[in-house]
Design a binder for this molecule. Structure first.
Ligand code: FMN
Length: 323
């Protein structure tokens, strides 16, 4: 997720038992012009493995070069973003627009797959709009091109983030495809993640926003899948996680300001559903001094974890993004 799944957060989520992590989208054309910002986004730590770096773009040559760069950097796989609905990206033919021209898509995917030894994977939506939900056809093109798996966010490009992810549709794509299919969309609880995984027969599920309000979701889902009970996190679990995140952010961002900017949004997301969270969020976004910010966070979670209202986990939030 753009602006969210950077290296320190991916490391944290690995520690929280996520099996695979993927970077935010990086412009292949930005890499071509040696944009330092784009290269910075490709940095990862060994702790993240299995880790994929995600690219987007509309220029075949740039995409192929980006694959080679990512292989050289040592990532485990390269993921192509074909789900981004943002006008600036699709207007040029990138993101979700790539699924509209299957012959061209086939050439691009083949060129990417042939250019590297690491797996090439793709992330798509169900289709462009309700009239053209062509994920089955896209998955076939991908399979023929040698792509390793297809992750599907169960909304169309036109839906952006409105409505609900259509898991029946995802299940239908899975039933008709010879390539591994990963289902994605609205998995906000471990119960829902395991239920969708089992009901629709997908090869894996991908959790995005759910991890922001419940960073324990990966571990809880894994336990549930194994038929084990999971314990709800207690204050110490939150404090341990927050302390871990602070160290990771301080390692990754050279200035206190950089750390604070990143810390604020995560702390605000984690706090949803806890009593006093609105007040806490206000504080978080006004406190400038790092020790005070983390101190407030520790006090808040120590005090309120036991009183959380878990219904908040299923509420809509963050209704805009790049996939
Ligand atoms: C703020 C934000 C940024 C996102 N950025 C990306 C991205 O860079 N690449 C991508 O494939 N999907 C991106 N997405 C989409 C998510 O990966 C996911 O497909 C979508 O949010 C639905 O799944 P969820 O309900 O589990 O979050 C983003 C979503 C949000 C909310």
């Amino acid at each position: 997720m753009a602006g969210i799944t950077n290296s320190p957060f991916r490391r944290l989520m690995k520690r929280m038992n996520s099996s695979v992590v993927v970077s935010e989208l990086v412009s292949s054309t930005g890499l071509e012009y040696m944009g330092q910002k784009s290269f910075d986004l490709l940095k990862f730590h060994d702790e993240e493995r299995v880790v994929g770096l995600q690219i987007f773009g509309d220029d075949r040559e740039h995409l192929v070069k980006a694959c080679r760069t990512i292989e050289k950097l040592g990532a485990d796989f390269v993921d192509l973003n074909m789900g981004c609905p943002v006008p600036k990206v699709v207007k040029r033919g990138g993101g979700a627009a790539m699924c509209r021209d299957l012959p061209e898509l086939s050439k691009t995917l083949r060129a990417m797959v042939e250019s590297v030894k690491i797996p090439v994977t793709i992330k798509i939506r169900t289709g462009w709009d309700s009239e053209t939900r062509n994920a089955v056809e896209v998955a076939r093109v991908a399979a023929d091109a040698g792509v390793a798996w297809v992750a599907i966010h169960g909304r169309t490009r036109a839906q952006a983030y409105t409505g609900e992810a259509d898991w029946d549709f995802i299940g239908n794509v899975k039933a008709k495809s010879s390539i591994p299919i990963i289902g994605n969309g609205d998995l906000t609880t471990p119960e829902k993640s395991v239920e969708r995984f089992k009901t629709y027969g997908v090869d894996a599920v991908l959790i995005g926003r759910g991890a922001l309000r419940n960073p324990f979701i990966f571990d809880q889902s894994a336990k549930k899948l194994r038929g084990e009970d999971y314990a709800l996190p207690v204050a110490e679990d939150y404090l341990e996680m927050i302390d871990s995140q602070r160290v990771l952010l301080e390692e990754s961002f050279p200035t206190a300001k950089g750390v604070t900017i990143h810390a604020r949004k995560f702390l605000a997301w984690y706090s949803a559903g806890f009593p006093g969270s609105a007040e806490f969020r206000k504080k978080v976004f006004t406190l400038e001094e790092s020790d005070r910010l983390w101190g407030e966070a520790r006090d808040f979670f120590a005090e309120s974890v036991a009183k959380r209202d878990y219904r908040f986990l299923s509420e809509d939030f963050l209704m805009g993004g790049h996939g």
